[in-house]
Ligand binder design. Structure first.
Ligand code: NAP
Length: 499
């Protein structure tokens, strides 16, 4: 196991291309070992204002840089991330706990996003369209919004930041970024890359600190015109209502209660692999994690047996060890929340088949570990089948038909990801039509999004926006309609049209 160290003991804010120290700090803890990695600033609202003033000034010039040249910086950022991929991945595992294989995957997502959005520098397509009058030209184009705020969670500390900041940068905005206090190291490393890649000063500013202070100051700052937020529903709902009062654009990506459907004709071994990967990867702390398995009653018992056997083989520990499959939970609060749901599940009458307890002995003594857990005989209305637990806990719900499976899948307030295992082509097409989530997988688990497709959910998961894909540009741009009349006379639309 390699243990990397940082070049500083205390992180600083990155404002206008300068590293600005903050006196008040708190420790960043490695969830696998309980050890302190670095100190992170607890900034005040003034830091946000300083960053916004710098960003406003810098953005005016940046917006005038041709988009293909803005993209050149993103290409450099992508190549630098690629060169540093292993370092970034190891630091990511240290601050977040996800196993190194997954950390490498997350960093790769950021690299992919850099190159994909750099390509947008030569597209950023608008429309040209016929005008309804003679000698008149009509088109629409994307324009930057100005200064945008991005607020990111701890569970994907680098990928989500790239989904938001890269489209913002290529479209000519300046960014104020507040990373999660739990996982600030990816933000520090990415800010260094921005600096070395030659991104002009003030175009990305990183302010570390509590959501209730720094995040709140961003939400209420008059000169931040967009908030792009990923995190929990409670926080997102508050942000949305505060933004609503100010008529501020807000993009929300929030929780999930994602299900894998296993039909009676499914390849059960493949389904077990898919469930294992999407339920226990990142210890279930993914917004797209599978936390419900909706299984046809005819194959329920066989699936249970195979799942239990497969779960036996999951090694749990420090994710820097390449042989480990399940890493720690982010912190004690995360463990406590999972424990509460285990009790709720038992009280509701669900049957615990495996796990259900915190691991505190031997190698697990110092970090925050929870045993992969399987409940069965769960009914669709139980709280463990409705609410986001954010841990390695799966609930098995038995159904009698395909139609019932779809209803159970859709019967939650969230709408992020869903999956179906079946070999029946008719069911495949009906499922992709009827599952009401923003992401649908066929014969794969609920995780594994690719960055060039829209990422996000329906219903309580979001508010209609999408991260990544071409759709991410909609968050960070305004549409402008432009009419050029070259007739030399006043032509009135809808009135002077010859009929
Ligand atoms: P969280 O507690 O809502 O925090 C997310 C971010 O918001 C953090 O940076 C946090 O700052 C900040 N924040 C907290 N209070 C705030 C306030 N009053 N104003 C402005 N910002 C504030 O969520 P989390 O526990 O970090 O993340 C887990 C959640 O994210 C889960 O529900 C998961 O499903 C969801 N998620 C969704 C997606 C998706 O794309 N749909 C992807 C990943 C995760 P602090 O650093 O102070 O906490």
């Amino acid at each position: 196991m390699t243990a990397l160290s940082l070049d500083v003991q205390k992180l600083s804010n990155y404002i206008n291309g300068e590293w600005v120290e903050v006196n008040n700090t708190t420790a960043v803890i490695n969830p696998a070992t309980g050890e302190e990695i670095v100190q992170v600033p607890l900034s005040e609202a003034e830091s946000v204002d300083a960053a916004v003033q710098a960003a406003k000034k810098a953005q005016k010039d940046w917006a005038l840089v041709p988009a293909p040249q803005r993209a050149e910086v993103l290409y450099r950022i992508g190549y630098m991330m690629k060169e540093r991929k292993e370092r970034l991945s190891q630091l990511l595992t240290m601050e977040n706990g996800k196993v190194i294989e997954e950390a490498r995957g997350e960093v790769q997502e950021g690299i992919d996003m850099a190159f994909y959005m750099a390509g947008e520098g030569r597209r950023l397509f608008g429309q040209t369209t016929p005008a309804e009058l003679k000698d008149k030209f009509a088109m629409s184009q994307r324009c930057p919004v100005g200064v945008v705020g991005i607020i990111t969670p701890w569970n994907f500390p680098i990928a989500i930041a790239t989904w938001k900041s890269f489209p913002a940068i290529v479209s000519g905005n300046a960014v104020i970024w507040k990373p999660a206090t739990e996982t600030p190291i990816m933000a520090y490393e990415l800010a260094k890359i921005f600096e070395e890649a030659g991104l002009p000063k003030g175009i990305v500013n990183v302010i570390f600190g509590k959501g209730s202070v720094v995040g709140d100051a961003m939400v209420h700052h008059d000169d931040i015109r967009v908030i792009s937020f990923t995190g929990s529903n409670d926080t997102g709902r508050n942000i949305a209502s505060e933004c609503g009062k100010q008529l501020k654009k807000v993009s929300l990506e929030m929780g999930g209660k994602n299900a894998v459907i296993v039909m009676d004709d499914a390849d059960l071994d493949l389904a077990v692999e898919g469930i294992l990967w999407s339920a226990f990867g990142t210890s279930g702390q993914r917004c797209t994690a599978c936390s419900r398995v909706i299984v046809h009653e005819k194959v329920k018992q066989t699936l249970e047996e195979r799942l239990l056997a497969a779960m036996d083989g999951l090694s749990i520990g420090n994710g820097l060890d390449e042989s480990i499959k399940v890493g720690p939970i982010i912190n004690q609060a995360g463990i406590d929340k999972i424990k509460r749901y285990i009790e709720i599940g038992k009280e509701e009458g669900a049957r615990l088949l495996a796990g259900g307890y915190e691991l505190t002995e031997g190698d697990h003594q110092k970090g925050y570990y929870f045993a992969p857990t399987l409940f069965t005989d769960v009914s669709a209305e139980m709280r463990i089948a409705q609410e986001e637990i954010f841990g390695p806990v799966v609930s098995l719900i038995s159904v009698k038909s395909f139609e019932e499976a779809i209803d159970v899948n859709n019967g939650v307030t969230y709408g992020l990801s869903s999956s179906i295992f079946t070999n029946d082509v008719n069911r495949v097409f009906k499922a992709q039509r009827d599952l009401d989530t923003g992401i649908v997988y066929v014969n794969a688990g609920t995780t594994g999004a690719e960055i060039h497709l829209p990422f996000g959910g329906t219903k309580g998961t979001g508010n209609g926006h999408r991260d990544s894909g071409i759709q991410a540009l909609d968050v960070f741009t305004e549409w402008k309609a432009i009419y050029v009349d070259y007739s030399g006379k006043l032509q009135r639309a809808q009135i002077d049209v010859e009929s």
